[in-house]
Ligand binder design. Sequence first.
Ligand code: 5AD
Ligand code: SF4
Length: 447
Amino acid sequence: MPDNAPPKTYRVKSFGCQMNVYDGERMGELLGERGIVPAAEGEDADLVVLNTCHIREKAAEKVYSDIGRISKRGREAGKQPLIAVAGCVAQAEGEEIMARAPAVSMVVGPQAYHRLPEMLDTAIAGGRATDTDMPANAKFDALPRRRKTAPSAFLTIQEGCDKFCTYCVVPYTRGAEISRPYSALVDEAKKLVDAGAREITLLGQNVSAWSGEDEAGRTVGLAGLVRALAKLPDLARIRYTTSHPADMDEALIAAHGEVDKLMPYLHLPVQSGSDRVLKAMNRSHTAESYLKLLDRFRAARPDLALSGDFIVGFPGETEAEFAETLQLVDAVGYAQAFSFKYSPRPGTPAATMDGQIAPEVMDERLQRLQAALRRDQLAFNEASVGKTCQVLVERRGKQDGQWLGKSPWLQSVHFTGDIAMGDLVEVELTSAGPQSLGGRLRQRALA
Ligand code: 5AD
Ligand code: SF4
């Protein structure tokens, strides 16, 4: 293969979860260290990194259509970009990608992307490189320092999953549960705050399974880390996602009641309201134990907004079992939620279970579930009208003078005013739609 010109510009396209967004930003910084800059809006990049998601079939197939589209554009423009496939599809299907897509010269798994610059040298020399090793924490140690960040930043504190829900690929693509060390996280959080972050969202596939040793050598869980970060004076808000009901402990519930900077929002996937389906999914909770857990959180923090994930059409799900999911939704009253049709993933136990559900049945159930979730989201937003709350200003809105920010309950709020990005302002919520609220600025720059 001939040599390639060293790339001057890059574009990272991240799909899937917020951990991929975090990884995508880090890959951008690694490339930045080599003097490669982000391609301007609308301009073709010399290097494209597709940071992929394997969670559902549709997400995974996207990588091949994207590679085809990028190569076609390259042919038309007379200049082929270098293509790297990163993320969970790279981990799960690395060899297949290399065999199926000659245009791809780098395949790098989610635990190995710190090696992207070396792999790039191989690609520039006309070769192809694959790295899907899973060394714990190596990538975090090798990451460059973050110089500038948006007001709301992500911080990955934990990766991987030992829960083995029968539908899920994550234990195979992201590996076993590992926690990043406490001191490394406090240090990275300080740097994020110095670089402009006012809000940090702690990320992990099982973020509530995080554990570490504090300065005094004591073992602490997520609540201990939250309390440590809350001491950073310029950090205004802390969030975390995603949790598993099995790991939610008393200390975390108490932190929701006691730590003001911990925002009143909890994303706690339930997946189904049927105990039979939950058992077949290898979830360790029942509908009732989940509801009881939420009651304890709400007792600690009465204004807590709840969010969840749902799967419809898991193998064998009957109409009556699906109706139990709708009942659970009615009982909780979610402020926000994510719902999906079951997608069989290669290598997972559920993919070969009897009773796979017909696509049209799944479609119909998903529509009914989403109608209920939309209804509750609108009701939650409408109930917020009249409240005055703090909003973190995250970006400009579409209209002149308009700003967009987030309420403590993670609602998008738009309003106008003479303020700046990253300000924490007091806003009266004046109108509600299904996806966002309108507000009136009451007080500028609180902190
Ligand atoms: N099919 C459909 N949805 C899935 N999820 C995970 N695996 C699958 C699958 N095979 C959903 C779950 C999870 C969210 C991240 O994606 O609801 O909580
Ligand atoms: Fe998708 Fe899961 Fe990988 Fe995130 S960890 S990108 S959700 S497969």
